[in-house]
Design a protein around this ligand. Structure first.
Ligand code: SF4
Length: 121
């Protein structure tokens, strides 16, 4: 094997592994910063309690579904709120947040979406 061939072979091998090394480095950096934030809160800071009515547990698709239906926490039409909609499921002793039969996640009693249906009809 000549020196030129060895050098070319070596460079070819390194070049073919570059994408894998890049992915590994990016993955390692991302995991490292995330785990520091999650596992090492500042001293004296109580652990953050997740709000039972937060949207944190929803997937991107579930959030998009809420948006696509035009849901908003405060109704733009005073006489049409989730509270007087057929599809609203109010909070209870076992459920801290109101919900809707159309999509996942918490729904405010003063909320509204374009699928509002009069509960008195
Ligand atoms: Fe509220 Fe719309 Fe669900 Fe009715 S359908 S409860 S207005 S989110």
């Amino acid at each position: 094997m000549t020196d030129t061939y060895k050098r070319r072979y070596f460079l070819h091998q390194v070049w073919s592994l570059a994408p894998l090394l890049g992915v590994a480095l990016i993955g390692a950096c991302g995991d490292s910063s995330r785990s520091k934030k999650e596992n090492n809160p500042p001293s004296g800071t109580p652990p953050a309690a997740a709000s039972p009515c937060a949207l944190d547990a929803l997937s991107q698709q579930e959030r998009q579904q809420r948006d696509a239906l035009g849901y908003t926490d405060e109704t733009p039409i005073a006489e049409q709120t989730c509270d007087n909609c057929k599809l609203y499921i109010p909070e209870s002793e076992t459920k801290p947040c109101g919900t809707c039969t159309l999509f996942k996640g918490p729904v405010a009693s003063a909320g509204y979406c374009t699928y509002w249906a009069d509960s008195t009809v």
